[in-house]
Design a protein around this ligand. Structure first.
Ligand code: NAP
Length: 463
């Protein structure tokens, strides 16, 4: 009998589906199929690949309400966010359907009259992806779309908590004629599948979105066969409120950045650094707005904050808040919980903490929850030092209307994504990715297709 696992709704504990896990043999067979399909798919001309991607996107849009509901049921995020994620996931397919036609090479003037030099791009081969639960649609299409556009074949292992959205999206790709072996999924335990992917001679590229420790393991394991790698890893974003910031606008953007997906995003504002002269005003305004956020089942009207994905995530958040309180942090709102351990539902009410200090866990570890810690600073230099004092370097935000302050902060912050008066900078047409231990490579934009391409140089002599 095959091993299975159950997917349940994290808001209600309701059983959604029982999923069969693939055996090692099945996974290896899927890799072989993906490898064998590569020759044919890579020779489908770029315009045809582009058309197929557009049809996939149209098919997803035609099923938007169904996919969004499925996503909310397995992930817990509010339905308005799931609808937004279906659009966001689609936008990567739309963008790379166009980029498929632009994987240009070049000619180089020769150093010798009898030679011609040509540079071409070709797809790397079979790509194996591992994706997280927090954006079950977008984290998959952000990888699959450029891979298929480049002419690579693609296989993905979705997160155990949220496999259903991925499975449905891949069914929709097959429905429009993308070959079944060109885009596949496998189901199973992360560690085991990670090892199969990294050991496989058929896989030419590993692309991973998830935590930094798992990313490090995949990087090490990819070295034996020198695979291409893209790593989209953890973050610990600073958000700086300068003395001159428009505080009402900064509050609205802080909420967008901090509380989306119940604070379970890699680009969430995790360390909110506020100039001491505006701390009280900012804290009051933020608290007023946070108090209005409604917590509950994401399928219900008006809900802003869904559940925490699982007990592990919930326990980590509570430990960070308790540690902060024990070291002197003041709770302005929140620090309320609603857990039902029998049915595995875990809610954290949006929380704002003041007087947060640098020795607290919440300023040192990635926070994956709806908790906003406010840290006071006097000088911009001090804010920059605190902001950069982390192994992570994914996203940073700052709020100022002074262009000198803005340029200064932009140049000094060591983060791959910087939002200046912008709490939501992600988009399909921009390069998303981190510095330091937040990752390697970029997804999105013109940069996002490059990691799926090899550069080949041809020298023609004897002319
Ligand atoms: P995770 O534990 O690293 O899991 C992510 C994926 O990796 C899941 O599919 C998981 O499978 C799999 N996995 C777990 N252990 C593995 C192993 N030893 N080898 C191979 N695969 C393994 O991360 P998470 O807690 O689900 O996701 C949150 C993390 O993702 C945060 O750190 C967040 O910052 C990061 N993230 C980064 C980005 C970005 O773009 N930079 C975007 C979103 C999230 P199972 O589910 O089966 O365990």
């Amino acid at each position: 009998m095959k091993n299975t696992y159950k997917v349940n709704n994290p808001a209600t504990g309701e059983f959604i589906s029982e999923i069969e896990m693939n055996t090692k043999e099945e996974i290896n067979l899927a890799l072989k199929k993906g490898h064998n399909a590569f020759r044919k798919w890579s020779q489908v001309n770029a315009h045809e690949r582009s058309d197929l991607l557009k049809k996939w996107m149209d098919n997803i849009q035609a099923h938007k309400a169904e996919i969004a509901e499925l996503m909310t049921r397995e992930n817990g995020k509010p339905i308005k966010e799931s609808l937004g994620e279906v659009d966001y996931a689609s936008s990567y397919i739309a963008w790379y359907a166009e980029e498929a036609k632009r994987t240009y090479g070049r000619t180089i003037p020769s150093h010798n009259e009898s030679k011609r030099i040509v540079v071409t791009k070709q797809p790397v081969g079979l790509v194996a992806a591992i994706t997280p639960w927090n954006f079950p649609a977008a984290m998959m299409t952000r990888k699959a779309a450029p891979a298929l556009a480049a002419g690579c074949t693609f296989i993905v292992k979705p997160a155990e908590d949220t496999p259903l959205t991925t499975i449905r999206l891949i069914e929709l790709a097959h429905e429009v004629g993308i070959p079944v072996d060109a885009i596949q999924y496998v189901i199973g335990e992360g560690k085991e599948i990670g090892e199969i992917f990294t050991n496989s001679e058929f896989v030419r590229k590993i692309t991973f979105t998830g935590s930094t420790p798992v990313g490090k393991t995949l990087l090490k394991n990819s070295s034996d066969t020198i695979k291409h790698v893209t790593m989209e890893l953890g973050g610990h974003a600073p958000l700086i409120i300068a003395e001159d910031a428009d505080l009402d606008f900064a509050v609205s953007q802080t909420i967008a950045s901090k509380f989306r997906n119940a604070g379970q995003t890699c680009v969430c504002a995790n360390r909110i650094l506020v100039h001491e002269n505006v701390m009280d005003e900012f804290a009051n305004k933020l608290t007023t707005e946070v108090t209005k956020l409604k917590v509950g089942n994401g399928l219900e009207e008006g809900v802003d904050i869904g559940p925490i994905i699982n007990e592990k995530g919930y326990t980590k958040i509570i430990a960070q808040v308790n540690d902060a309180i024990s070291k002197g942090a003041e709770v302005l709102v929140g620090n309320e919980y609603n857990a039902n351990h029998q049915i595995n539902t875990y809610f954290v009410y949006p929380t704002v903490l003041k007087n947060v200090q640098l020795d607290m866990k919440i300023t040192q570890e990635e926070t994956f929850g709806p908790v906003a810690p406010l840290i006071s600073f006097k000088e911009l230099e001090e804010a920059i030092e605190i902001a950069n004092s982390t192994p992570y370097g994914l996203a940073a935000y700052f709020f100022t209307n002074n262009y000198k302050t803005g340029i200064f902060l932009h140049e000094r912050l060591n983060f791959g994504i910087v939002g200046w008066n912008d709490g939501a900078p992600s988009a399909a047409h921009v390069p998303f990715g981190g510095m330091k231990e937040s990752g390697l490579g970029r997804e999105g934009g013109t940069e996002g297709i490059e990691p799926y391409l090899e550069t080949k140089y041809l020298s023609i002599g004897d002319l």
